[in-house]
Design a protein around this ligand. Structure first.
Ligand SMILES: Nc1nc2c(ncn2[C@@H]2O[C@H](COP(=O)(O)OP(=O)(O)OP(=O)(O)O)[C@@H](O)[C@H]2O)c(=O)[nH]1
Ligand SMILES: [Zn+2]
Length: 197
């Protein structure tokens, strides 16, 4: 039984090419999620793709505190270059704790905590995300094998657990800068991200 219902789609022109924007509604919560698709992704061949967790600050407010906005742009560029692929835009802001709690977490980080310590101090796990909805969106779109753009081994494992074969992990190291290097180093050191400093 799928955790999402496909609701609507439209064209989405971007500086890198025109994608098809597909909206999904998460059953139970009613939360909306999106997929940006280019080319034919249900032909059984491995699909270049990214599971992008929403980060308002990085994706839309030009934040240098993280790498999300840089990764979002690079992922769309890579898919457009290949002419085929999918980016899931998953409303899991703050590694699943939401924007306001992420701002609380940032405030703790301004006081010297790292991104994991801040989550824990707020009473959350380091990473609250569940990828069931991602697998269900991919299944509904006929994606069976992926070349997954990520540095996060948990995403690779999650997809494999849901029966999506990750034939290749494509590193996506973008936007390292003095404001996010501590965050990136913590992700590598405490969350197992495959990031070269
Ligand atoms: N709670 C919390 N969430 C953060 C913080 N910085 C970024 N995020 C969230 O983390 C998510 C992005 O996850 P990342 O850890 O940057 O990367 P990832 O998506 O797990 O792995 P990649 O696929 O390699 O990018 C987004 O939801 C961001 O809002 C932080 O300091 N605290
Ligand atoms: Zn971010």
């Amino acid at each position: 039984m799928s955790s999402v219902t496909r609701m609507a789609n439209s064209k989405l022109p971007t500086p890198w090419g025109t994608f098809t924007l597909i909206g999904f509604e998460e059953k139970g919560t009613g939360k909306d999620h999106a997929a940006l698709v280019m080319g034919n992704i249900d032909d059984g061949q491995p699909v270049l793709g990214r599971i992008h967790s929403e980060c308002l600050t990085g994706d839309a407010l030009f934040s240098l505190r993280c790498d999300c906005g840089f990764q979002l742009q690079a992922a769309l560029e890579n898919i457009a270059k290949e002419g085929r692929g999918i980016l899931l835009y998953v409303r899991q802001e703050g590694r699943g704790i939401g924007l306001l709690n992420k701002i609380h977490a940032y405030h703790l980080q301004d006081q010297g905590k790292d991104t994991v310590e801040a989550n824990v101090e707020l009473g959350f796990a380091a990473d609250m995300r569940d990828y069931t909805i991602c697998a269900d969106m991919l299944h509904s779109l006929g994606v069976k094998q992926m070349k997954l753009m990520t540095n996060n081994p948990r995403k690779v494992k999650a997809m494999e657990n849901f029966g999506i074969e990750v034939v290749e992990r494509v590193p996506l190291q973008e936007g390292r800068n003095p404001f996010n290097e501590g965050y990136l180093d913590t992700k590598a050191g405490k969350l197992g991200h495959m990031l070269k400093s």
